[in-house]
Design a protein around this ligand. Structure first.
Ligand SMILES: Cc1ncc(C[n+]2csc(CCOP(=O)(O)OP(=O)(O)O)c2C)c(N)n1
Ligand SMILES: [Mg+2]
Length: 356
């Protein structure tokens, strides 16, 4: 079965284009754009870890290693498309247009961090696993029934495929031929649970067979494979071809969250080895060097610009007052249910007691 779903690469680990049909489209400009986004997402991620360690933001979910999945797929979207992210997909959200300040506000626990930028349909990140898949299928149906050409992308991890919502979302989208791309980042772990303990099938892509939709397994550390294959799936969706399941095979180098210690469940040498061989950013650098596009001065300038953007966003985030814990109750429903009203009252009473 694994042989029916080989991992598709466009750019291999050495930075060589292995699919000639894409050669012409891989221009210096496109590569520089990809590189800038990859560097930006990585630098933001590292900054967030250090902010969390200093107590300046709350628990944080890192994605280092998964930048190609997030950048490549987000750049494939049109402005009118929908994005349904998880807690790990702020790299994709930033690439699609969410500002850095909003990203930081989210991790500071402020509701402002969930408001999408004007005109962009970026849904707040889903923390409950897989609940966003049926929502995405529904939004895609709505776009179809309204007669638009807008498509939907929904992100989820390998662990999410064990949830009922994964199957319900795929089934619904398949039956109604909804314009949605199910974008799986298979980082091979659900917290400490490796994929071999999560499912018996060798691939996630093959699960598409059950819903009679295209299933594709790609190298998630190859930003060009992600970009071109997601673009093709979105195009098919816009043109009435229905949903696609994409499995992007990747790896997170760091911890599940800043509260996790991966050395307790996996060999740290594995991540170190992968950094040297399959890193998504090094691969693009190798391509640029091969093509004679690499310019050290330009690369340094990219870093300086991103640094300045980060520093400004951190300053803006820190000008906001601390999040008010009662926001947690106020923004669940437009009209609070009695249970939520009761919980809020209990919280406020407790808080008054603490202040006395
Ligand atoms: C419905 C639900 N069950 C359990 C959890 C606890 N939980 C948080 S992250 C996670 C693992 C998810 O793994 P995966 O889908 O592979 O995504 P990744 O974190 O690797 O990106 C679990 C079980 C949750 N958030 N929601
Ligand atoms: Mg995972």
């Amino acid at each position: 079965m694994e042989l029916d779903f080989p991992i598709v690469q466009v750019l291999n680990e050495e930075g060589t284009i292995v699919q000639p049909e894409y050669r012409e489209q891989i221009t210096k400009e496109l590569t520089m754009t990809m590189y800038r986004h990859l560097i930006r997402t990585r630098m933001v991620d590292r900054k967030c870890i250090s902010l969390q360690r200093q107590g300046r933001i709350g628990t944080y979910v890192p994605y280092e290693g998964q930048e190609a999945c997030q950048v490549g797929s987000a750049l494939a979207l049109n402005d009118g498309d929908w994005m349904f992210p998880t807690y790990r997909d702020h790299g994709a959200m930033m690439t699609f247009g969410r500002s850095l300040t909003q990203t930081l506000l989210y991790w500071k626990g402020r509701t402002e961090g969930c408001v999408p930028p004007e005109g962009k349909k970026i849904v707040p990140p889903s923390v409950p696993i897989a609940t966003q898949l049926p929502h995405a299928a529904g939004a895609a149906c709505a776009e179809k029934w309204k007669g638009t050409k807008n498509a939907v992308i929904v992100y989820f991890g390998d662990g999410a495929t064990s949830e009922g919502d994964f199957h319900e979302g795929l089934n619904f989208a398949s039956v109604f031929n909804a314009p949605v791309v199910f974008f799986n980042q298979n980082n091979q772990y659900a917290i400490s649970v490796p994929i071999t303990r999560q499912m018996k099938t060798k691939t996630i892509a093959q699960k598409a067979l059950a819903y009679d939709i295209p299933g594709l397994r790609i190298d998630g550390n190859d930003v060009f494979a992600v970009y071109f294959k997601t673009t093709e799936a979105l195009e098919r969706a816009r043109n009435g071809g229905g949903p696609t399941l994409i499995e992007a095979v990747t790896w997170r180098y760091g911890a599940h969250t800043t509260s996790d210690d991966p050395s307790r469940y996996r060999d740290q040498e594995e991540s170190q080895k992968r950094r040297e061989t399959t890193d998504p950013i090094k691969r693009v650098e190798r391509l640029m060097q091969r093509e004679g596009w690499w310019d050290e001065k330009w690369a340094n300038q990219v870093q300086e610009e991103v640094n300045a953007e980060i520093e400004q966003a951190v300053a803006e985030m820190e000008r906001y007052p601390k999040a008010d814990a009662s926001d947690m109750f106020d923004f669940v429903f437009a009209q609070p249910t009695w249970t939520i009203a009761e919980q809020k009252e209990a919280y406020l009473q407790w808080k008054r007691g603490m202040e006395r």
